[in-house]
Design a protein around this ligand. Structure first.
Ligand code: KIV
Ligand code: ZN
Length: 512
């Protein structure tokens, strides 16, 4: 009988701390719904005290998510914990995750607290958090550089105070698997009350060992892994959920644990997070990279054709890779469209949203005869990224690009409902279009990233564009998809401008 390994996803908190990966409330809700569909045990939805926007996103997620525990991070002080407790208030199951640094360097230089004061704060925080929920996690930030005796003292004290999960973070990605496993084993053996709590591991990837360290901790007794989709996270990122889950499943002969993750939801989750954050997935990334199941060498191809397991240890379909499946065409009706969305797990908010998405589908089907699942996903994402009432809206765009001539663009937008025209020239048609938009918007924003990916194969594929803009310390991502990449680019740019226009998050990075 295998033990349960708790999958704690922190894409919406630690993942969002990646530069430029901040998400709007709506985007966080979409990711949270996908995590729930994937049967993640705990969703760390944010850091409630970081900003009113963060609080609001956690509160909204707590209202709609029913199957997963919804968690908020909080420093070990009363204000943070009260905000976290209120944010998770509506959750069917809510957790407060409180933390304080325990390494000499953090205690002396950052907190300017003595070890005794740190223990006292940690205990007070856990006791206070228990007034809001029975599910309280405590983390010793920078555990990797903390003294083992001191860690044992802090953990024993917080278990006594009511912590139910003890998380051991490698905050700076410094450890290696043998050492990390040994630390977990030592803590479980030495800390009084260890048998009453779930031991957790939280590893960063600075030396490329976050997944290996996490798995080593599991072999040493950890029963919760903190991870993110695509390994998103501070600096080099966190342990990647898909790699941890598939390692435990593929090497069931080695691990005494199993997760309850629906692995077929992994690739859709990866694509959603990549599309929303604008962080592309490298083609050779394990499990979710475009080449993860592609065999280039003739010898490998021959082997796989004869017997798949010669070169494949996992099945592409088990992690949610579907062969570009032709699903709908221009004659498909509203019901076929709706049931295909349902099969993809996409639920639109009301009849109006469905009608708008169906109208976009018909437009797309006129331009592109074969509509694949990926097209539908992009179409719905675009629809949700461009809700009614947006400040800037594309009405018309025209671009002229000829050999030997400077590309020029004209655009017509509605700005707060009023029609405005603009023009611009640039080094290419996209650059000219952005200049034309800026001749109207004059946003003063700085373009940090422009990326375009073909959603499916073929030259009639839709291009999915991400635009990252920065203004006055805020960074936002905009997305757009169309068979015409200039139009997709204009939509993505306007989507980013709309987000800058209506800030819903005052402090995008928090300070953890
Ligand atoms: O890396 C870290 O130490 C953290 C803690 C807040 C758990 O993210
Ligand atoms: Zn972290």
């Amino acid at each position: 009988m295998k033990e349960h390994l708790v999958v704690f996803d922190t894409t919406l908190r630690d993942g969002e701390q990646s530069p430029g990966a901040s998400m709007t409330k709506e985007e966080k809700l979409r990711v949270a719904r996908q995590l729930e569909r994937m049967r993640v045990d705990v969703i760390e939805a944010g850091f409630a005290a970081a900003s009113p926007g963060d609080f609001d996103a956690i509160h909204s997620i707590a209202r709609v998510i029913k199957e997963s525990t919804v968690c908020s991070l909080a420093r070990s002080n009363e204000d943070d914990i009260r905000r976290a407790g209120e944010a998770i208030g509506p959750a069917a199951r809510g957790r407060i995750h409180t933390f304080i640094a325990t390494s000499p360097i953090h205690m002396e230089k950052k907190l300017r607290m003595t070890p005794d004061q740190v223990v006292e704060s940690a205990v007070r925080a856990v006791r206070y958090a228990r007034e809001y929920t029975d599910d309280v996690e405590f983390s010793a930030e920078d555990a990797v550089r903390s003294e083992v005796d001191f860690l044992c003292r802090v953990f024993a004290a917080v278990i006594e105070a009511g912590a139910t999960t003890i998380n051991v973070p490698d905050t700076v990605g410094y450890s290696i698997p043998a050492v990390w496993g040994e630390l977990m084993r030592t803590l479980i053996a030495r800390v009084p009350g260890a048998e009453r709590v779930v031991w957790s591991t939280h590893c960063h990837n600075d030396l490329g060992m976050a997944v290996a360290n996490s798995l080593s901790a599991v072999l040493a007794g950890a029963r919760q892994v903190e991870c993110t989709i695509n390994g998103l996270g501070e600096r080099a990122g966190n342990a990647s959920l898909e790699e941890v889950v598939m390692a435990v499943r593929t090497r069931a002969d080695l691990f005494p644990v199993e997760t309850r993750i629906d692995t077929t939801q992994i690739v859709p989750a990866s694509k959603l997070v990549s599309q929303i954050t604008g962080y592309p997935v490298q083609p050779n990334k394990a499990v979710v990279g475009a080449n993860a199941f592609a065999h280039e060498s003739g010898i490998h191809q021959d082997g796989v054709l004869k017997h798949r397991e010669t070169y494949e240890i996992m099945r592409a379909e088990d992690v949610g890779w579907a062969q570009n499946k032709l699903v709908l065409g221009k004659h498909s009706g509203r019901n076929a469209f709706k049931s295909r969305l349902l099969a993809l797990g996409i639920v639109l908010d009301g009849e109006e949203a469905l009608n708008a998405a169906f109208a976009r589908f018909k437009e797309l089907a006129d331009k592109k005869h074969e509509i694949f699942d990926e097209d539908l996903q992009a179409l719905v994402s675009d629809e949700e990224a461009a809700p009614e009432g947006e400040h800037y809206k594309l009405v018309y765009s025209h671009v002229c690009s000829e050999t030997g001539e400077t590309p020029a663009a004209d655009v017509t937008l509605t700005v707060g409902g009023a029609e405005r025209k603009g023009a611009g020239v640039g080094s290419g048609p996209v650059d000219a279009t952005f200049k034309a938009i800026e001749s109207i918007a004059a946003s003063g924003a700085q373009l940090l990233l422009y990326s375009v990916n073909a959603i499916t194969t073929g030259t009639d594929a839709q291009g999915e564009v991400t635009v990252r803009l920065a203004k006055e310390g805020r960074i936002v991502n905009g997305n757009g998809a169309d068979t015409d990449i200039v139009i997709a680019s204009a939509r993505a740019y306007l989507n980013a401008l709309n987000k800058l226009q209506f800030p819903d998050r005052l402090d995008p990075q928090g300070d953890v």
